[in-house]
Design a protein around this ligand. Structure first.
Ligand code: FMN
Length: 147
């Protein structure tokens, strides 16, 4: 199974989560959204994550998601995550990313997942990297189960 974890990150926290998820999946590649053209994306499993910035994914991530053609992700399994501060009202990026992937034809294999940072620049809350690796492991298991 080929797997790619695409992320955006201002301060490195979402990048660290992406790498932890990739380790859990096993053998997944991580790539910054700035370096990726959606037209060139080929993977059996695509995991996409962004910090929440102003209640939504970053501008670069929104542009990336808008670049998918209709049904371009047909046959691709996908999941989405975000990083966020723990506020009563924090908005959402993972759900919006998940819907965009689904609208591009992907089959969503996990509920959108948020990982918590202690402040705007981080660090991540204790245990979140371990939780990210476990989440990646569970996604890989779900993909294997439904292969
Ligand atoms: C301009 C800006 C807007 C933000 N808006 C939100 C928000 O609406 N909700 C939230 O939970 N966190 C918000 N944050 C905090 C980010 O979620 C946090 O900076 C991010 O998770 C850190 O990840 P990164 O190091 O990968 O950028 C915002 C941060 C910035 C810089």
């Amino acid at each position: 199974m080929s797997a790619v974890v695409v992320f955006d990150s201002n301060y490195g926290n979402t990048e660290r989560v992406a790498e932890a998820i990739a380790a859990g999946i096993g053998g997944a590649t991580t790539v910054s959204v700035a370096r990726l053209d959606p037209a060139n994306l080929q993977a059996d499993l695509l995991v996409v994550g962004s910090p929440i910035n102003g209640w939504r994914p970053t501008a670069a991530m929104q542009k990336f998601l808008a670049g998918f053609g209709a049904a371009q992700l047909a046959g691709t399994r996908a999941a989405a995550f975000d990083t966020r501060v723990r506020l009563f009202i924090h908005g959402d990026a993972a759900g919006k990313i998940s819907r965009a992937l689904e609208n591009a034809g992907a089959t969503i294999v996990a509920r959108p997942r948020g990982f918590i940072v202690k402040g705007t620049e981080g660090p991540l809350l204790d245990g979140e990297l371990e939780a990210a690796t476990a989440w990646g492991r569970s996604i890989a298991a779900e993909v294997a189960r439904t292969a």
